[in-house]
Design a protein around this ligand. Structure first.
Ligand code: GLU
Length: 322
């Protein structure tokens, strides 16, 4: 676990990386995966993977993502968990919440939700509870028009979590969607159920997900699941200050390797951004070239709290090589 100063002590839990197979991992994703692996392994934890394929999936990308992680020296315990094979577990969680009176059908369209949520007294972006009090007759009538999504009947309006970087962090909890109206489990439900199933007690991921964390933690609390310690790490940005994306040029392993970089070059580039200090080897000190070498010099205290602005990875790699 992390102490308040960010020092770590040995623990027997499990950390994870949970990519969505919607395309190749870019430098920012790879860096987050390395942080997750380093924070898990440096605290004596197991490390597992999860393929979050409930949304858009690109053919072959899960395999390429695993290969890219392995090529940096990231190793994992167990077979990666695949969310599309876990429907029974999400159904079971919904049954449990329903038995506690915490689930209701919602027939709102996206447009109706946007309009209601932008009303003067609504919390920004929060579902205003339109379908919360429908009578059985109203529900039956609406069900003739469109299939229902299932929402949580939240009993709090905010929740607080502890994060290694953000400290005590409080954000809104609303009647989040548990099951979408196409019958698929929503991300917030799947992530909570699967983290518990995989024995996760440490979640390291990009800080774009920090604002979803209180609602996930609240849902875990309702399901009686264990506490998780969070570390939301800064994202990689492009030269315009926007979240790095594949369209930003040579930022995936495949593109960088096509341009002549080795896996060691890419590892050094990421190590420099974290930043990590040089590792001593028989050939002299140099920036770490594998996950294992990163582990030798890794300390959570030294993680940069600022986003990584990726200008031109090909230029930067020649610098990281010096
Ligand atoms: N699948 C999500 C992503 O690739 C990460 C979810 C999580 O780590 O909880 O952005």
């Amino acid at each position: 676990m992390f102490t308040p100063s960010g020092q770590h002590i040995s623990a027997q839990g499990t950390g994870r990386y949970a990519p969505s197979p919607s395309g190749d991992l870019h430098l920012g994703n790879l860096r987050t995966a390395l942080y997750a692996w380093l924070l898990a392994r440096s605290t004596g934890r197991r490390f597992v993977l999860r393929i979050e394929d409930l949304d858009r999936v690109q053919e072959g990308s899960a395999r390429r993502q695993l290969d890219d992680l392995a090529s940096l020296g990231i190793d994992w315990d167990d077979e990666p968990l695949v969310q599309s094979k876990r429907t029974h577990a999400y159904d079971e969680a919904v049954r449990e919440l329903r038995a506690k009176g915490l689930v209701y059908e919602c027939f709102c369209t996206r447009r109706e939700i946007q309009e209601a949520a932008s009303a003067p007294h609504g919390a920004p972006g929060a579902y205003p509870g339109t379908c919360r009090q429908l009578t059985d007759e109203q529900r039956a009538e609406k069900a003739l028009d469109r299939p229902a999504a299932l929402r949580l009947r939240a009993e709090v309006s905010q929740w607080t979590v502890c994060d290694l970087f953000a400290g005590r962090y409080t954000d809104a909890v609303d009647d989040m969607v548990l099951v979408r109206n196409d019958g698929r489990a929503a991300y917030n439900l799947a992530v909570v159920v699967d983290d518990a199933h995989q024995g996760i007690d440490q979640v390291v991921r990009g800080d774009d997900l920090l604002s979803s964390t209180p609602r996930q933690s609240y849902l875990a609390h309702l399901l009686g699941l264990g506490d998780i310690e969070y570390a939301h790490v800064p994202l990689a940005l492009n030269r315009d200050g926007k979240r790095l994306a594949k369209r930003d040029g040579a930022v995936t392993m495949a593109r960088l390797r096509d341009a002549g970089l080795s896996c060691a070059d890419i590892a050094r580039l990421i190590a420099q951004s974290m930043p990590l200090r040089p590792v001593r080897t028989s050939t002299g000190p140099h920036l770490p070239e594998t996950a294992q070498q990163m582990l030798e010099v890794f300390s959570p205290d030294a993680i940069s709290h600022d986003p990584w602005t990726v200008l031109d990875p090909l230029m930067e790699s020649s610098c990281a090589a010096c």
